[in-house]
Design a protein around this ligand. Structure first.
Ligand code: ATP
Ligand code: MG
Length: 564
């Protein structure tokens, strides 16, 4: 497994200091705690690479823990996909796939302990009343009238909540902290609510469910996590995380916050990604346009390129938007080294070489990867009738057009130098066929007299090429920040109508027939492509373009008026 060199960051500095002071007995134990209510995305990858990377580098441990405390939204499909994605990224949780729901009894017992210590109470206020009692950042809140219930009454009521004797919404368990606390999170937060709902693992065993702030520190404590790393939104919640653990007097991990990843021209909110899938704006969670791990994988990203991206962006304490080309560069850099080259023509134009013998076929020798001599060469059949890219021919050339145009010589990659003669047009005046002559002395593509040929284009032999479906992708959203919309408008209005282009029959050189599902190749001059694992059949690959050869974002930003 290719592992990027770790960069120093503020979290490593905290861990180094803890190791030096012996704070956790020299241990490092991290976790990744997803809620199984959607597929993982590239933001989660940042957290997985960070947490599992720390465990690896400090010879510690890394847990995969499902934060499945919310019964209504969680599904097994999500659990399975998350396990697959974390493994694929190289997050090594060994045998530790853990579930917060397995700790429900311990959590209940601890809550009862707080009740008995006078640190928690059952409150019957409605959510609306509770909101009104809560106050604002500038005004203190008001005590609930139920705050003065006796310990005995609270214990009895909490037990009735747990036994299912009270209906949904009739009351909650709250921590008794301080309704005037300057931090609103500390104003008697809710610990449990009643919900008569089936849980994906616990079935009907529970009808009270713990709130995130109450549960999360307990989960970390039970697993003896040392550094509980979360995103910046939880900074305000850290005093509460600490309060619960201190009130119980149990093992106390250190919460550390870092900036979440935001990526340009896409959305990383589970709710929005779910909406895109549910309402068929994309073909599924693994649509290659999605910023999900499964979408990126199907687009052709490798796990190592995502790890390299995460290492490259680093970890900081301020929020920002990372440009999507930074992610694209990570896979481009890798494929530039590793992907063998082939020729394919996306939008074919027929070429006839008038002076080439009618039935002759030559096997031209083509280099598989100029950057890697060990990748060797392959044979590409050449014959009298070829296809080239429509774009590579212009009857009336613009200035500095070095490709095919009447009267001009151009090099056919790994084959011959040809000179364009006449064209054939249909009734509408479109060029349907171009006639050329070739110079037999230029086999391989070079002129023995040393004359300069500025343009080189790719081609396939018409009789030997096979048609394949090719899918080209562009950003899912035209706007850098899709959420930047006027009031009353929706992020979906920023979707890019041209994010997917399907070419039903691109012509591919015969060697590509053997590209098994999951193969990564470069189509010369067109980009890096991936044989789709779901849609490719034996001898019938379907290619997804992973990324173009060069960064095209500078151009796109100018072209699209909506891009900022
Ligand atoms: P929600 O809680 O709204 O369902 P979420 O994106 O926070 O959505 P979780 O399943 O709770 O989803 O996330 C699991 C972990 O991934 C959390 O520890 C969270 O900090 C981290 N995480 C989520 N989104 C990002 C992001 N964009 N960048 C970095 N880390 C993230
Ligand atoms: Mg979350």
């Amino acid at each position: 497994m290719e592992i990027p060199e770790p960069k120093s960051n503020f979290i490593r500095e905290i861990i180094d200091a803890d190791l030096a002071s012996g704070k956790f007995g020299g241990r490092v134990h991290t976790r990744f705690p997803p809620e199984p209510n959607g597929y993982l995305h590239i933001g989660h990858a940042k957290s997985i690479c960070l947490n599992s990377g720390l465990a690896r580098d400090y010879k510690g441990k890394f847990n995969l823990r499902f934060d499945d405390t919310n019964p209504s939204k969680e599904e097994q499909e999500y659990v399975d996909s998350i396990v697959e994605d974390v493994k694929w990224l190289g997050g090594d949780f060994e045998d530790r796939i853990l579930f917060a729901s397995d700790y429900f009894q311990a959590m209940y017992d601890w809550a009862m302990k707080l009740v008995k210590d006078g640190k928690a109470y059952v409150c019957d206020l409605t959510p609306e009343e509770m909101r009104r009692h809560r106050g604002t950042p500038s005004e203190p809140g008001k005590d609930s009238p139920f705050r003065s219930r006796s310990i005995e009454e609270n214990a009895a009521l909490f037990e009735r909540m747990r036994k299912g004797e009270l209906p949904d919404g009739s009351c909650v368990l709250r921590a008794k902290i301080d309704m005037a606390h300057p931090n609103l999170t500390m104003r008697d937060p809710v610990m449990y609510r009643i919900l008569h709902a089936d849980h994906h693992r616990q079935g009907k065993a529970w009808c009270i469910y713990p709130m995130y702030d109450w549960a999360h520190g307990l989960e970390d404590s039970i697993e003896r996590v040392t550094h509980s790393i979360c995103t910046l939104e939880f900074e305000n919640h850290r005093p509460l995380y600490d309060w619960f653990l201190d009130a119980l007097g149990i093992y106390h991990p250190q919460q550390i916050e870092f900036a979440r990843l935001n990526l340009s021209n896409t959305v990383l909110s589970k709710r929005k990604l779910l909406e895109l899938v549910r309402d068929n704006h994309v073909s599924g969670w693994d649509d290659p346009r999605m910023p999900t791990i499964s979408g990126l994988r199907r687009r052709g990203y490798t796990a190592s390129s995502i790890r390299a991206f995460c290492a490259d962006i680093g970890v900081a304490r301020f929020n920002s938007i990372v440009d999507i080309w930074v992610l694209e560069n990570a896979i481009r850099n890798e494929l530039n080294r590793t992907a063998p080259r082939f020729m394919a023509v996306l939008r074919p134009l027929k070429i006839v070489i008038d002076n080439y013998p009618q039935d002759q076929v030559e096997e031209m020798e083509a280099v598989n990867n100029p950057g890697d001599p060990e990748a060797g060469t392959r044979k590409v059949p050449f014959s009298r009738e070829l296809y080239i890219e429509q774009d590579d021919f212009k009857e009336v050339p613009p200035p500095k057009f070095f490709r095919m145009t009447p009267g001009q010589e151009v090099r056919l990659r790994s084959a011959y130098i040809v000179r364009c003669g006449s064209v054939v047009k249909d009734a509408a005046g479109n060029v349907t066929e171009v006639h050329c002559t070739y110079d037999p002395a230029t086999r391989g593509g070079d002129a023995p007299d040393g004359r300069k040929i500025k343009g080189t284009i790719h081609w396939v032999s018409a009789a030997h090429a096979f048609p394949a479906r090719v899918r080209l992708y562009d950003a899912l959203f035209t706007k850098r920040d899709p959420d930047d919309v006027e009031e009353g408008h929706d992020y979906k209005e920023n979707m890019n109508p041209g994010s997917l282009e399907v070419i039903d029959s691109a012509y591919c050189e015969p060697a590509l027939k053997d590209a098994a599902a999951g193969t990564r190749v470069q189509f010369e001059r067109l980009g890096y492509f991936f044989a789709d694992p779901k849609d490719s059949g034996p001898g019938a690959p379907v290619f997804n373009r992973t990324v173009t050869l060069k960064d095209t974002w500078a151009k796109i930003a100018q072209k699209k008026p909506s891009a900022k």
